[in-house]
Design a protein around this ligand. Structure first.
Ligand code: R5P
Length: 298
């Protein structure tokens, strides 16, 4: 990985850290955990798209009166935290931030924000989270990072649930680009039985146990469970609620990474610098590059 770090001082002695880094998909680059005292200015176009979406969503939905804020997981969410920090210490002092897993807990702590948990705050003002794919009706796939159990709890707890993503995630039907399948969290001892049911009863013959990359054996979630990835055909994704409910009924399944119509809006950063917003009522809004929040002060 090439990391070129430039420290630029202008005549007001402001400090920028510019990072050229070909982040791999799904890799939560350490560089994105810097506090916004030294904001990371992404030059990778996909990173730029994630940042556009995150900044716009924060500006539109994280208001000074919001006190309890849910922070999702993934590689788009660090930009959410970055923008929230830019709202200033005064407003953030009175806020509590609820993480959806280990990564977002680290983000909150390293940004100097106050940490809480959903068992202390079962009602959340607004939760912002990433997605693996979002369809035209705001159904989405989540769990590419195995965080979807906690993410769904925080989505349900939120009065407003907002998705942020780059343009690759904006699809008509789930399964278009994200082909690895629906993430399913299962208790470890039940995984073989759940796999059998997925293969032979629910029609996902290619469902597999997710294996770890830098560890021998399966991925283990933050909750100590295994993850199955189950691809389903287009016929199931026309209205994914049905298959979501069927999977959830399998004994041993803890949670399914299909979030059906839970979000109020989904923000997608586009390659041309614009932002597309899909709203719950079906409206689609285009925010042109010169009207987006990215690059502007809060
Ligand atoms: O389990 C992980 C989460 O559902 C993420 O929010 C999802 O995988 C999207 O992550 P990213 O923003 O890195 O694409």
């Amino acid at each position: 990985m090439l990391n070129l770090v430039l420290h630029v001082f202008d005549n007001t002695v402001r400090f920028y850290r510019l990072l050229i880094s070909p982040f791999d998909d799904g890799e939560y680059a350490e560089s994105r955990f810097f506090s916004t005292a030294t904001p990371v200015l992404p030059v990778d176009p996909i990173e730029q798209s994630k940042r556009l979406a995150a900044y716009q969503a924060v500006d539109n939905h994280v208001k000074p009166e919001h006190r309890i804020i849910g922070i999702g997981s993934g590689s788009t969410v660090p930009y959410v935290v970055e923008r929230i920090v830019q709202q200033g210490a005064a407003v953030n002092k009175g806020r509590v931030f609820i993480p959806t897993g280990f990564q977002s807990k680290q983000l909150i702590v390293e940004a100097g924000l106050s940490l809480g948990d959903v068992d202390q705050y079962p009602t959340i003002d607004v939760t912002l989270d990433g997605a693996d794919e979002v369809d035209h009706a705001l159904n989405c796939v989540k769990g590419g990072g195995a965080c979807h159990l906690r993410e769904k709890v925080l989505a349900e707890a939120a009065q407003t649930f907002i998705l942020v993503a780059d343009h690759r995630k904006n699809v008509q039907y789930l399964g278009t680009n994200f082909a690895q399948g629906v993430p399913i969290e299962v208790v470890p001892f039940a995984y073989a039985k759940v796999l059998q049911n997925l293969h032979h009863i629910l029609g996902s013959p290619k469902a597999t146990l997710r294996m770890a990359i830098k560890k021998a054996g399966p991925v283990v979630s933050d909750n100590g469970n295994f993850i199955i990835d189950a691809p389903f055909g287009r016929e199931h994704m026309l209205d994914p609620y049905v298959i979501m409910a069927q999977i959830k009924m399998l004994t041993g399944v803890v949670e399914v990474g299909l979030f059906c119509k839970m979000a109020k809006a989904a923000y997608f950063g586009n390659a041309d610098g614009s932002v597309t917003v899909r709203w719950q009522d079906g409206k689609v809004e285009q925010i042109s590059p010169n009207q987006t929040a990215a690059g502007t002060p809060v």
